[in-house]
Design a protein around this ligand. Sequence first.
Ligand code: DGL
Length: 273
Amino acid sequence: MKTSNNPIGIFDSGIGGLTVFKTIRKAFPAEDIVYFGDTARVPYGPKSKNTVIEYSIQNASFLIQQNAKIIIVACNTSSAVALPYIREITDIPVIGVIVPGAIAASNATRNNRIGIIGTEGTIRSEAYTKEILALKESADIHSTPCPLFVSLAEEGWENSQEAETIAETYLKQLLAEKVDTIVLGCTHYPILKSTIQKVVGKDVRLVDSSEAIIDSLRMILPNPEADKIGHDYFFVSDNEEKFYNLASRILNKEIYSLQKVRLRETWFVEKSD
Ligand code: DGL
């Protein structure tokens, strides 16, 4: 493992991973953190598996270049399909959000009926269903994609009447299945947590995988130096200003170090299968 002074690297397709960043920053105040949001190519949810794998490898490579000692894939869509491919290019630990979320959901349910919401890519991969069933064979799992939640979060409309109406439409079926636990299987969704909770009622537990990831991290990271204050470094692939405004709102603080990066790549014609 790289020295404990190297930063933790986090990436997402956009601002969603900031929900994970926020939790990690709070739990590990002494760590330096490098965050990359691929704001030029968000959303990942509707894209094909191969495209998401390709983007995820590029994002992870950037964090490796920044000397990250660990990579947190703060994007469920990437975590669902790309972890083994990222692990092929690096020896540093690579942590996704699906397994911690699945563990938290299996522990949270009381009636064994679990709902999963996520992007189309995450739901199509059935990654949560497989992980939860591996932990709890008897679980009755119902899933549904909620693609508009990503745009609502990116637009800052999480508490609007429109968000509530859309949430009612998306979540009706899960409620009819009497789930008592819903996994927020997209890191953008905790931004809409209060709207979602209002729609599903207070008796349904919402599992936020950004919180679940902390236990996995504690097992890997050594104890923090008591007197050190960690620094944050943010990078995006486009729209710095929009990111700056949303990030400051989500994190409840101004962000100071934000830079735009450009991927240099050669395009080539893909062979058809
Ligand atoms: N925040 C991402 C996730 O957790 C993806 C949102 C998107 O780009 O579609 O899945």
